[in-house]
Design a binder for this molecule. Structure first.
Ligand code: ADP
Length: 887
């Protein structure tokens, strides 16, 4: 904690008290002075305002005296103001901010050094206050300045005279007095602080001294002395302190003495303890050394024991291994299927069990009693003498350590020979050179090898056959039977196929191996060989080792086998889609032959291959036929398209070109009719009429044809068409005359939908159907046409055009859509019979259908369907969906 000296505290207290008093005095004085100034200024400026009012009232009185107040009032006012302005405002000098002014009762300026007379100031707060209070003084803020004024009221003219000045001018004297006061107070404060500091320092010095000596004593300096020679209370305090210091010093010196003595005793004790500890440490060290020596000896002993143990274990292991390997060797020796024998000095002296079995000996003694030459034929397959060759192999083994070769052996019991794999090892046994021989019978192994090789050969042949890519079936068959004969080594291989009614088989091809020739054209009748033909359906393969006696084949012996020298037969029947269609025959010439399983399998695969090839050729043939048919079809379609185009062009051009002469006939006919009018009679006139009528009709028919051909030749793409608009246009243009003539109305109860169609064609369609409805009416009947619509399947709209006409019998309701089909003569109803054919074509081109529902005498409804416009469909879907949602 920071200590503040008494000096500082007292000084701060006194200065604060002084400053507080000084500030209070200054403030009070200032207020008092201001009050005095306020009073004296008010009196002064009230007088000044009174003098102004005095001047005004004099003028006022003079005006009253004239007895013509109204006449001279303004003049008097102006004059008074003018005089006052020149008195007060001219040469305003340093007091230019102290001036009088006048306003009237309405707050307007009457006289002011700056503001013009008449300026309205009634809205300003201090003006309002002046008018309300009439006499007095106030502080106010105007024109960026804090001001003060006194004001007086002159009742005569209801004027208010104000005398104004800035506030700082008003209080200038007061400010000066205040500043002087502050200066004086500051000076007094400085003096007081200095004097106080000196007094306090003197007063507090002994205390400081006391504090210092106390601190030194606490730090151990017992000789510090206090230098205070005073007779007051502080001097007494200092002396008492000095006495106390002396007493404390004596006490402390005594205690220190005792301390030194005790310390010396402790030191002695410490030395003794240290010496004892040293002796203990030495003892401990000697113990440790002893322990170490004991440990070392013990561990050496343990190591030696461990070594001995591991040596014993190692020896045991080696013995065990030896025992095991001996057992293993004996097991191997006795249980192996290989013959193992030992030969020394040209004689066998040991052999295993397998040796006895392989060589046909009853005991080891019997085997060892025999000479090695007894177990071999005289010669080996290479023609070399067995004994010489055997000695050669032994010599190689002795020289090189071992010899490996194949050897033909002979059993001792039955003399049967067998091929063996022999491994000879030369070695030393008890200082003697001996031969250790391992013999393995490989006869079976060799045979398996041969079979395997044959199988691979068969597979390769089949693969070769499968890859054959002959254009003609005949060539393929030839190649197959040749490969077959070569692979199996069969003299005659042939392929036979049934005739159509399966009453015979015809030889498609026969290959003779020795001659390398092909033959064909033989036939075998089912009636002659019934058993064989029956077996064709029952079995897949006939393997007759002895063909002459085999129940399936013996029928052929006399007539077929014997003349050709055939002894064995291997026949496999060819099936296509489960039906037997022929046979692959293998005919062996010479001694009878055993057909092995592999040979039979191979032959069966050959037959399968023939079947596959047959099918492939069948497919190929079918494909080619199909291709040809397609080509023909394409040609026909192309031709048809060309013919169609030609026809269209012809119809169009012909219709065009035909109209010209017809128009001429009609025109000139009419001219002749006119010029001969009255000159020709009866029949001639009628004939001429017929001619002109005929020409006109022909023209109409041609126009109809043109319209028909235009439907497909001049079709526009579909667009959204409003059917209501179409009917309106027809009403106003194409059908307007007819509708008027026949007093017909077209009724559309519900608006028709928008559809996607060719607009020109749909207009033509509607026109034809409405016109027909008006035309085919009973005499005197007023036609009535109604057009309705309803949605149809697949986004179509069905449009119905109903009339109240003569109707159509059911049997004609289809026919009327055929070109030129009419149900009435031209005398009954004009027409060409083309209109409805055009309608049909238009509807079909727009993807719709057309038809009629009618009852004779009750009118007809012609209907057609047309695709609804896409927008209509979307809206319909929308409505349907929202209906669903509502439900
Ligand atoms: P056209 O009217 O020129 O004879 P169309 O092809 O238009 O040829 O009509 C073929 C035939 O179908 C007509 O001759 C008529 O007998 C019959 N027909 C067409 N429309 C109607 C109908 N609204 N009422 C009765 N019969 C009709």
């Amino acid at each position: 904690m920071k200590t503040k000296s008494i000096n500082f505290k007292l000084l701060s207290l006194m200065i604060s008290a002084f400053l507080l008093t000084a500030v209070s005095v200054i403030l009070l004085t200032d207020r008092q002075i201001n009050k005095i100034i306020d009073k004296s200024q008010y009196e002064t400026y009230s007088e000044k305002a009174d003098s102004v009012i005095g001047f005004i009232s004099r003028n006022y009185q003079s005006l009253q005296d004239t007895l013509m107040v109204e006449a001279y009032e303004e003049q008097f006012k102006s004059k008074a103001i003018e005089t006052m302005r020149s008195d007060y405002y001219k040469d305003m000098g340093p007091h230019k901010y102290i001036y009088p002014f006048i306003i009237d009762g309405a707050g307007r300026v009457v006289m002011h050094p700056v503001l013009a007379a008449g300026t309205d100031m009634s809205k300003i707060d201090f003006i309002k206050q002046i008018i309300a209070e009439k006499n007095g003084c106030l502080n106010y803020y105007y024109d960026g300045q804090q001001k003060w004024m006194t004001f007086k009221h002159f009742e005569g003219w209801n004027w208010f005279v104000g005398y104004t000045m800035p506030l700082d001018v008003k209080y200038a004297d007061s400010h000066q007095i205040r500043n002087t006061l502050i200066l004086i107070v500051s000076a007094i404060a400085t003096i007081i602080v200095s004097v106080l500091t000196i007094i306090l320092t003197k007063f507090t010095k002994p205390i400081t001294e006391l504090t210092k000596v106390s601190a030194e004593m606490a730090a151990g300096k017992l000789d510090s002395r206090i230098n205070v020679n005073r007779s007051d209370e502080i001097g007494v305090l200092a002396k008492s302190f000095e006495k106390m210091r002396e007493a404390v010093k004596d006490q402390i010196t005594l205690i220190r003495q005792k301390n030194i003595e005790q310390t010396q005793t402790l030191e002695q004790l410490g030395n003794e303890v240290a010496e004892r500890k040293k002796a203990e440490l030495e003892l401990e060290k000697i113990n440790k050394d002893l322990e170490k020596i004991v440990d070392d000896r013990t561990s050496n002993l343990a190591e030696t024991i461990e070594k001995l143990n591991s040596e014993v274990a190692e020896r045991k292991r080696a013995e065990e291994t030896l025992r095991r390997s001996e057992t293993k060797y004996h097991m191997l020796y006795d249980t192996t299927s290989d013959a193992i024998m030992m030969l020394g000095d040209g004689k066998f002296f040991d052999c295993n069990k397998s040796t006895l079995e392989i060589y046909g000996c009853a005991s080891v003694e019997e085997f060892c009693s025999k000479h090695p030459a007894d177990f071999s034929p005289a010669k080996q397959p290479g023609g070399e003498d067995s004994l010489t060759l055997a000695n050669k192999q032994i010599a190689i083994a002795i020289e090189k350590g071992s010899s490996h070769f194949e050897w033909v052996h002979k059993r001792a019991d039955n003399g049967k020979e067998f091929l063996a794999d022999v491994l000879i090892n030369a070695m030393e046994l008890d200082g003697k050179k001996v031969v250790h021989t391992v013999v393995r019978d490989i006869t079976e192994h060799k045979q398996q090898d041969i079979i395997q090789k044959r199988r691979i050969n068969y597979q390769n042949t089949l693969l070769k056959m499968a890859k054959l890519e002959n254009v003609e079936m005949d060539d393929t068959l030839k190649a197959i039977i040749k490969e077959d004969a070569d692979t199996l080594g069969v003299e005659r291989v042939s392929v036979w196929f049934f005739n159509e009614d399966k009453s015979a088989i015809n030889c498609e091809n026969l290959y003779t191996l020795s001659k390398k020739t092909y033959e064909k054209g033989f036939t075998l009748q089912a009636a002659d060989y019934p058993v064989y033909f029956r077996s064709m359906g029952d079995t897949r393969i006939v393997a007759a080792n002895d063909a002459w006696t085999n129940p399936h084949t013996r029928e052929f012996t006399e007539a077929y086998f014997k003349p050709a020298g055939i002894t064995s037969m291997l026949d496999v029947f060819i099936r296509v889609c489960g039906t037997v269609v022929g046979v692959v025959c293998h005919e062996h010439v010479g001694p009878m032959r055993q057909w092995t399983l592999e040979e039979q399998e191979f032959a069966a695969s050959v037959a399968d291959l023939v079947s596959i090839k047959l099918e492939a050729f069948g497919h190929k043939q079918a494909e080619e036929n199909m291709k040809e048919l397609n080509n023909e079809l394409e040609q026909a379609v192309k031709k048809l398209e060309e013919t169609n185009q030609e026809l269209k062009n012809f119809v169009y051009i012909a219709s065009h070109d035909l109209r010209e002469p017809l128009r001429k006939i009609s025109a000139f006919g009419s001219m002749v009719q006119k010029s001969l009018s009255g000159k020709i009679d009866g029949d001639d006139a009628e004939n001429l009429n017929f001619m002109i009528d005929g020409a006109n009709r022909m023209t109409k028919m041609i126009e109809g044809l043109l319209a028909y051909s235009r439907v497909s030749s001049k079709a526009n793409s579909a667009e959204t068409v409003n059917l209501n608009d179409i009917v309106d246009q027809l009403r106003q243009l194409e059908l307007s005359v007819l509708l008027e003539e026949k007093h017909t109305t077209i009724d559309i109860p519900q608006p028709l939908p928008e559809v996607d169609a060719d607009p020109v064609q749909i207009r033509q369609l509607m026109q034809n159907l409405i016109a027909n409805g008006m035309k085919y009416q009973a005499k005197g009947n007023t036609p009535q046409i109604t057009i309705t619509s309803r949605p149809a399947a697949d986004g179509m709209a069905r449009i119905n055009i109903t009339d109240n006409g003569i109707g159509i019998k059911p049997e004609f309701q289809q026919a009327i859509f055929i070109m030129f089909k009419r149900l009435h003569s031209k005398n009954e109803y004009e027409g060409t019979g083309i209109g409805l054919a055009v309608c049909k074509k238009i509807v079909e081109r727009n993807g719709g259908k057309i038809g009629v529902e009618s009852e004779p005498g009750k009118g007809s409804t012609f209907w057609f369907t047309v695709p609804l416009a896409k927008t209509v469909m979307d809206n319909t879907e929308l409505v349907q969906n929202s209906q669903k949602e509502l439900l």
